[in-house]
Write a protein that binds this ligand. Structure first.
Ligand code: AMP
Ligand code: MG
Length: 415
């Protein structure tokens, strides 16, 4: 007799279920624009001014009116000097203003001639041109940055739900904001399960007892959570016992939005997560049709959501990137949570198709193709250190050298 295994859940279905269950955090806080990198905007940022505020020069040179030029070689009187931060006087026909990058265009001027296209004919004092010859006739509008060409007044420069990048901070500052309203940080309780786990620093490599391994998941999971803007309560290692697991979960459910665990979500005798979560709340154990990373537990304990990741380091890493990351972004109000996928050329063969969708650890090479890490085992964390991306390989698909595959950069999955 064969025991029937539950059907594997496609990744997109799992992600859709996960995201559908999210209620975005409603609490908002004001943070200094300096400290807002990576935070999610709770409000549209609307500009109260136009940027640039006035027409200004994009070159060091001379501002003039094109209609006052008789042709190449015309000589103009230099009647004023306008540096960035100052403003000029109206210009008359036949006059030019010495002007510098970023300085406002004076009334009456409609072009800037760069200094390389002019010759100083006479000087009022050293470095103070009195008359200048225009060697190259300008087009109207030349080297002028128009008022409002970057931002118009009342424009939404940064929309609500946007995750702020360094450029976003600069834009907020460009419209005069020194503080921003952002969604509060998600509070995440993290713990690892496994009696084999030992913390680095507590036991030296030479003193490791047989069967022990260092807890590596704790380090990358904590870092990944922090990169996504979370405040992490790290509850350390919980032993493979039902009572200990229940106690840890009960503690973790207080004042946290999410409890994230690694290990113990298979259905072996030492896997206590499932019964423990079920006794305190509710749990679905999904067998997701991806490799690495099949078991994935999702539920709740009290008010807190619960996600249980597989213990194998690469499975933990990949399921975090593909499922927990979008969950945490949506929790903060980000709408578009899908990583960017691009086409790329495989410079490798992958001759054995799997019935699950695979996420192969690869690295971009200088020829514009992708190299494959030779060992794709879910326990081999070296693949994730060596790689700079994942190939999203459909179920049942082999890859031959030269094929076009779908590539996701790890940098997009880790930020
Ligand atoms: P489990 O999901 O608990 O059955 O664990 C699967 C595999 O991952 C086992 O080989 C564990 O030793 C390993 N593993 C579990 N948790 C961790 C961890 N925190 N760090 C490194 N390896 C782990
Ligand atoms: Mg275990």
């Amino acid at each position: 007799m064969t025991t029937s295994r539950p059907p594997l859940l496609p990744l997109d279905d799992a992600l859709a279920r996960l995201l559908a269950s999210v209620t975005p955090l409603a609490q908002v806080q004001a943070v200094s624009t300096f400290d807002a990198d990576g935070r999610v905007l709770a409000q549209d940022v609307v500009s109260g001014l136009q940027v640039p505020p006035q027409d200004n020069s994009s070159m060091d040179g001379y501002a003039l009116a094109c209609s006052g030029l008789t042709g190449a070689g015309a000589v103009l009187a230099v009647t004023q000097r306008i540096a960035a931060g100052s403003s000029g006087q109206p210009l008359r026909l036949g006059e030019a203003a010495r002007i510098f990058t970023g300085a406002p265009i004076p009334p009456g001027a409609d072009a800037v001639v760069m200094q390389e296209d002019c010759t100083v004919v006479s000087e009022a004092a050293p470095d103070q041109p009195a008359r200048v010859r225009v060697d190259v006739v300008p087009q109207a509008g030349q080297w002028i940055r128009r008022a409002g060409e970057d931002v118009t007044r009342s424009a939404v420069v940064l929309p609500r739900g946007m995750r702020l990048s360094p450029a976003g901070l600069g834009m907020a500052a460009a419209v005069g904001l020194d503080a921003l309203q952002v969604v509060r940080r998600p509070r995440v309780a993290l713990f690892s399960t496994g009696d084999e786990l030992v913390m680095p620093g507590e036991v030296a490599p030479a003193d490791m007892r047989p069967g022990a391994i260092y807890n590596s998941n704790r380090f990358f999971l904590r870092a990944m959570l922090q990169r996504l803007g979370c405040t992490v309560s790290d509850l350390g290692i919980v032993p493979d016992r039902r009572d200990a697991t229940v106690d840890a979960l009960r503690d973790a459910s207080r004042e946290h939005d999410l409890i994230l665990t690694s290990g113990g979500v298979s259905v072996g005798e030492e896997d206590h997560i499932r019964p423990a979560v079920q006794s305190l709340g509710g749990l679905d154990l999904w067998q997701i049709a991806i490799k690495p990373g099949k078991p994935f537990a999702y539920g709740h304990v009290g008010e807190a959501r619960f996600i249980g990741l597989p213990g194998n380091p690469v499975s933990s890493f990949v399921t975090f990137a593909l499922l927990v990351r979008p969950f945490l972004l949506r929790l903060q109000g980000v709408v578009d949570v899908a990583p960017v996928t691009v086409s790329a050329r495989a410079d490798f063969d992958w001759p054995r198709a799997d019935r699950r969708r695979e996420f192969l650890r690869v690295r971009r090479n200088a020829q514009g193709g992708l190299d494959l890490f030779p060992n794709q085992s879910s326990g081999v964390l070296t693949s994730a250190v060596w790689g700079d991306g994942l190939v999203d390989n459909p179920p049942g698909q082999t890859v031959a050298r030269g094929d076009t595959v779908r590539f996701i950069a790890l940098s997009d999955l880790l930020s």
